[in-house]
Design a protein around this ligand. Structure first.
Ligand code: DUC
Ligand code: ZN
Length: 460
């Protein structure tokens, strides 16, 4: 099948250009002005913005499966929501059980995702243990297309020592991959929670105070020292503070190469949400927590200055009732995570591009090109270029609306962005050259495929 996208503004690697784009089968076949229709089906993109399909670098579908703390979105609902939001590829976190092999997690994640996903997908692999057996598995992971990993500095069942972190960064670096880290100092988080409890503070308002900026700042500094010692660049996931950003800036000034992901919740929501009446604040409990407005401002400045490399969602959707309510007597027992996979592009466009803080070309770099490079998919994905995959997202900047849970695809009973204005709409999405979203509605499901990724392509 051949499709011709006419009259749109295309976000090409070098910049925006008014041109046409033809897809033949699964690939982009032609880009240029005034392409003849030939026998192609025409999509009129006049007045619309045409991007390489967006990549969400950070999702958690079917987390805590078969437990009371299971996430609301599974691979079917989560990837449908992603697609509706213009995301054509997600990178989800596969998690082996402690003491189990990386292969075991890879098998489980494939079992869950294969045949059910509506957008393409890959897996980052979480490392909780380190021994010669896991080390040996890295090579097989590379062959299986897993070239990115994650470790945690917080959460008792997950966190690893600095020595292990250093060995992981070195070993993954030797494989051509990249390691991301959840940068919060786990001991300080434990202390912070204990201090809140000792002060009789059990409500969601205590959550941000239990994990202040210093907890992230110290961890980012340490992670960067680990990276320097190991001799390979690293990624920092869900950066939320000025302190963290300052640590990144200092390291880069010293000549170190590192990469930063932030998320819409840290750019658009602030810690006052935890003081909402009743138990409403629980909806916003995530780790790291939402921050004061001054941190939000620092992250926007960093985005404007091209210091942030990717925007993932950390989509981790728990139903408010009954799952978030498991923590009604104690904020520390509230399952941490917020939904967002569906709303990322609309939010970044509205509060970044339409607000004059980012160009649409920068948005393309944050949501498509840089994720594809860092995670070994470029230029197959992340680029409007001849020969690249036919994964394309068309935004209509003329279609304002309000975000609401009542209209979302996400399988969860709220959205943290309820009532916020979107000054665009995801109009059309093509997945591997086929129309998968039309007029904002998903029209083609379960066609997502596993993406076997190559080595990280560093540009810093
Ligand atoms: N933080 C969250 O809030 N949820 C999922 C995992 C994480 O690190
Ligand atoms: Zn996460």
């Amino acid at each position: 099948m051949s499709i011709l996208i006419q009259n749109g503004t295309l976000f090409l690697p070098a910049g925006p250009e008014k041109a046409d784009l033809r897809l033949e089968g699964e690939k982009i076949a032609q880009i240029g002005p005034d392409l003849p229709q030939g026998g192609s089906r025409v999509i009129d993109a006049a007045g619309k913005l045409v991007f390489p399909g967006f990549i969400d670098t950070h999702t958690h579908f079917e987390m805590n499966k078969d437990t009371p703390r299971e996430t609301a979105d599974n691979w079917s609902t989560g990837t449908r929501a992603a697609l509706a939001g213009g995301t054509t590829c997600v990178l989800d976190f596969a998690e082996p059980r402690r003491g189990h092999s990386l292969h075991s997690a890879l098998r489980v994640w494939h079992d869950r995702a294969d045949g059910r996903a509506s957008c393409h997908y890959g897996f980052h692999m979480t490392i909780k243990d380190w021994d010669p057996r896991i080390r040996a598995e890295l090579r097989e992971m590379t062959t299986a297309g897993i070239t990115s990993y994650k470790i945690y500095m917080a959460y008792a069942p997950m966190r690893v020592s600095d020595a292990v972190a250093c060995k992981v960064v070195r070993a993954v670096g030797e494989e051509g991959g990249v390691v991301g880290c959840h940068c919060e100092n786990g001991d300080l988080v434990d202390c912070g929670i204990a201090a809140m409890h000792a002060a009789g503070r059990f409500a969601p308002e205590a959550h941000p105070a239990s994990r202040p900026a210093a907890v992230e700042g110290e961890a980012v500094n340490r992670w960067l020292a680990i990276s320097e010692s190991a001799g390979y660049p690293v990624n920092i996931v869900h950066l939320s503070t000025r302190r963290g950003m300052e640590a990144v800036r200092s390291a880069r000034l010293r000549g170190q190469s590192c990469y930063v992901e932030s998320c819409p919740q840290y750019l658009l929501l602030d810690e006052s949400r935890y003081r909402l009446p009743g138990f409403e604040g629980a909806k916003y409990v995530c780790a790291p927590p939402l921050r004061p407005l001054s941190d939000q401002e620092a992250l926007w400045e960093a985005l404007e200055d091209l210091e942030v490399d990717t925007i993932g969602t950390d989509h981790c959707s728990f139903r408010f009732d009954p799952v978030k309510k498991l923590g009604e007597g104690d904020f520390a027992a509230i399952p941490g995570g917020v939904p967002g996979v569906e709303h990322r592009a609309e939010l970044l466009y509205t509060y970044g591009v339409a607000a004059g803080r980012l160009s649409a070309h920068q948005m393309m770099r944050l949501l498509s090109e840089q994720p594809a490079r860092l995670f070994g998919m470029y230029p197959q994905k992340g680029a409007l270029a001849v020969g690249s995959d036919g994964d394309i997202t068309i935004l209509d900047p003329g279609a304002s609306h309000f975000i609401t849970a009542a209209e979302q695809y996400q399988n969860v009973d709220y959205t943290p962005y309820e009532g916020m204005e979107s000054r665009c709409r995801v109009d059309t999405v093509l997945l591997s050259g086929e129309v998968a979203v039309e007029n904002g509605r998903v029209v083609r499901e379960n066609r997502g495929r596993y993406v076997r990724r190559g080595p990280a392509q560093f540009w810093r």
